[in-house]
Design a protein around this ligand. Structure first.
Ligand SMILES: [Zn+2]
Length: 178
């Protein structure tokens, strides 16, 4: 082989530079880097800057996405279960089939005083529930909302009768409850 060239072209400088301006790179055929030392450093620096930008952008977008998801979750989730009043809790429990004070208490997890207050209001004020004795046990049940004019139906005489009526075949189509 002849004497190797003493200069080399750096594509970034677009100029012939002395060979010692190029770092050692055993992987390349001429044993020198493609770019001069200055441009090698610049390329590494630029690459790191781009990577920093990329990571920062990714982090920002992830935080943004998280905020959006949390905002969406907050918007979707109704505040209702949290601000459900004790009256609503009791009414829901009774409508769900709780009959005795113990059952309603277990379902609503209300303090006794709050439970009594709510029952009193629902029984006497809003009249959404009714109560009567079933043997020795006081039971509570939703007051049935009839759609027919008030003069055309006979109110059920007892809770048991009401229960049997609602379980049995629907005879009175005009008194349909749902
Ligand atoms: Zn260069």
């Amino acid at each position: 082989m002849n004497d190797s060239p003493q200069t080399k072209l750096c594509p970034d400088c677009n100029a012939e530079l002395p060979l010692e301006e190029f770092g050692i790179c055993k992987a390349r055929s001429d044993g020198r880097n493609l770019y001069c030392k200055t441009h090698c450093r610049k390329r590494v620096y630029d690459f790191r800057a781009r990577r920093r930008d990329y990571n920062a952008t990714r982090k920002r977008l992830a935080a943004e996405a998280k905020r959006n998801m949390e905002a969406a979750a907050k918007a979707i989730k109704p505040a209702a279960p949290i601000i459900l009043s004790r009256n609503e809790k009791v009414l829901r429990a009774v409508k769900d089939g709780c009959r005795t004070l113990g059952e309603i208490g277990n379902a609503t997890k209300l303090y006794k005083e709050d439970l009594y207050d709510a029952l009193t209001l629902l029984l006497l004020d809003t009249r959404e529930i009714a109560t009567e004795m079933d043997g020795n046990t006081r039971v509570y049940f939703p007051r049935v909302q009839f759609q027919v004019p008030p003069q055309s139906f006979q109110p059920a005489q007892s809770f048991t009768q009401l229960l049997i009526g609602s379980l049995g075949p629907r005879r009175n189509t005009r008194g349909s409850r749902r």
